[in-house]
Design a protein around this ligand. Structure first.
Ligand code: ADP
Ligand code: GLC
Length: 480
């Protein structure tokens, strides 16, 4: 198949969260299955290596309204795999700044432009995909365009798929995006794109894509309910028959404890000695006491309401006061939460280490050096860190939601089966309960090591995920 992905993030060039990891690994694995893949994405000011990039189209006129002087771009390229190429849409006015999601007056045009540019690049090159796979809200109007304005163009026969990586972010923006994308005004009604007086990008994608994917089976069920639907549950319900839950995976080029270059020492399920060295290294880095009795609990996260870390910051003091655990966090986001975590470090010197910021190398060392990894998410479409943790023998402590529920098995001391600690409710008491369970497991070294080995043997394969995507593309092609 010829497959075009349209995405605002692709690792390692641009990544605000797991979306970048997911699009990159999916494209590589689809290529490994023999498909021809192109990934269109903006060339942000922060993307490294633009000097070495190739040029696919030196000047591409994009069919958008607004200022004609802003309607052209260049398409640069990098090979991701022998049959997968990333197309970077270069347009300095829209994407020259470093941020991926800045707050700007032209947010709608900026979101819409690169997708429309990708379609025009296909038309100009005569490269007509079988499937166009859009990711998250910025790309939501692409399936709408293909069903309306571009219906009778050579792209009108492409099957369209929309992946919802996170339903909370929908792109509720000005209706002036309709003339900008040359979309018909009749779309501005509640049964179509209209929402609270604006145009809802994601709603458009949900209604118009041939198929919709969310990144875990449980999240595919959750988004049908008011608690997780963020107001779009009825729209998703209308498309329920065309909705699939397909889990992300672990990219072994990036996350392999036996080869990871960021670690003080490599290790494997057969030989965990190196993991102890990684813990000592992490304790040193964060100036924590050299305590081998207490488990080290880690977090790497955006500090955002979704992640439930306000619950963690309230639950932790009880355990820190009695010296029963150590804690490290790497993340940034909400300034109140950043401050609360800094205060935790001030209150418990030698037991808590906090790094506010984004640091890829440190994220690998935390995954490797901790005993447990905490994710008390209120919702979690898939979640990647719990899978990275398991691959590194670090037991996840997770709330039973979305992909967390689908990937972590609660430790059962009777059957001696399990890969982590799973709790049900998004409240402080439940987080405390879960930490108690983790401490009890850590206090039984044989059980703890058994759980670690089971976690490391779990297979979260991108190959399997890519195969499930291909099956979904086939359904989309039949439906078209
Ligand atoms: P989300 O996409 O909702 O943020 P995921 O678990 O899917 O959650 O993915 C988050 C990704 O971002 C992981 O690869 C994680 O390691 C990475 N990440 C998040 N915060 C940081 C940070 N401060 N430094 C380094 N990596 C981070
Ligand atoms: C989103 C979700 C996260 C998921 C990631 C990749 O950012 O919040 O749960 O793992 O996308 O699909």
């Amino acid at each position: 198949m010829k497959i075009l992905h349209i995405t605002p993030e692709i690792a390692p060039w641009s990544k605000a969260g797991g979306l970048g990891d997911a699009t990159s690994a999916l494209a590589k694995n689809l290529a490994a299955l023999g498909h021809e893949v192109r990934v269109a994405t903006p060339l942000y000011g922060s993307v490294p290596g633009r000097e070495q990039m190739g040029t696919v189209l030196d000047s591409l006129k994009v069919d958008v309204g607004g200022d004609p002087a802003k309607a052209a771009c260049r398409v640069r390229s990098v090979d991701l795999a022998p049959t997968a190429q990333v197309w970077f849409i270069e347009h300095d006015d829209y994407y020259g700044a470093r941020e991926i999601y800045p707050a700007r007056e032209d947010t709608a045009e900026r979101a819409a432009f690169f997708g429309r540019a990708a379609l025009d690049a296909c038309l100009q090159l005569g490269w007509i995909p079988d499937v166009i796979h859009c990711h998250d809200w910025t790309t939501g109007l692409i399936p709408v365009l293909l069903n309306t304005t571009l219906k009778s163009s050579p792209l009108g026969g492409c099957a369209t798929v929309l992946s919802i990586h996170n339903l909370q972010h929908q792109g509720l923006l000005s209706r002036r995006i309709l003339p900008f994308l040359r979309l018909p005004e009749w779309l501005f009604k509640p049964e179509e794109l209209e929402c609270l007086g604006g145009v809802n990008f994601l709603k458009g994608g949900i209604l118009h894509a041939n198929r919709i994917i969310t990144v875990s089976a449980t999240y595919a069920q959750e988004i049908l309910t008011p608690a997780f639907g963020f107001g779009l549950q009825d729209v998703v319900l209308r498309r329920q028959a065309h909705l699939d839950g397909i889990l992300n995976g672990v990219d072994l080029d990036e996350w392999d404890a036996q080869k990871d270059k960021h670690l003080a020492k490599n290790f494997s399920a057969q030989d965990l000695a190196g993991k102890r060295a990684c813990k000592v290294d992490l304790q040193k880095q964060f100036k924590l006491a050299d305590d081998s009795q207490a488990p080290l609990v880690g977090v790497i996260s955006r500090l955002w309401d979704q992640k439930g870390l306000d619950l963690a910051v309230q639950a932790l003091p009880k355990f820190l006061r009695t010296g029963r655990l150590q804690f490290v966090l790497l993340g940034s986001g909400d300034s109140w939460l950043e401050q609360e975590f800094r205060r935790l470090a001030d209150n418990f010197p030698g037991r808590v280490g906090i790094r506010i910021g984004y640091d890829q190398a440190l994220s690998h060392r935390i995954e490797a050096g901790c005993d447990f990894f905490l994710m008390p998410s209120r919702f979690e479409p898939c979640g990647l860190n719990q899978m990275y943790s398991m691959a590194y023998g670090t037991l996840p402590i997770v709330r039973a939601t979305g992909g967390l529920a689908d990937t972590v098995r609660h430790w059962n001391s009777t059957t001696q089966q399990g890969t982590g600690i799973v709790f049900q409710h998004a409240d402080v008491g439940a987080v405390e309960w879960a930490i108690e369970q983790a401490l009890a497991l850590y206090a039984r070294p044989e059980d703890f090591i058994s759980a670690q080995k089971q976690a490391m043997r779990e297979e979260f394969s991108w190959r399997k995920s890519a195969q499930a995507h291909v099956a979904c593309y086939e359904k989309a092609l039949q439906q078209r």
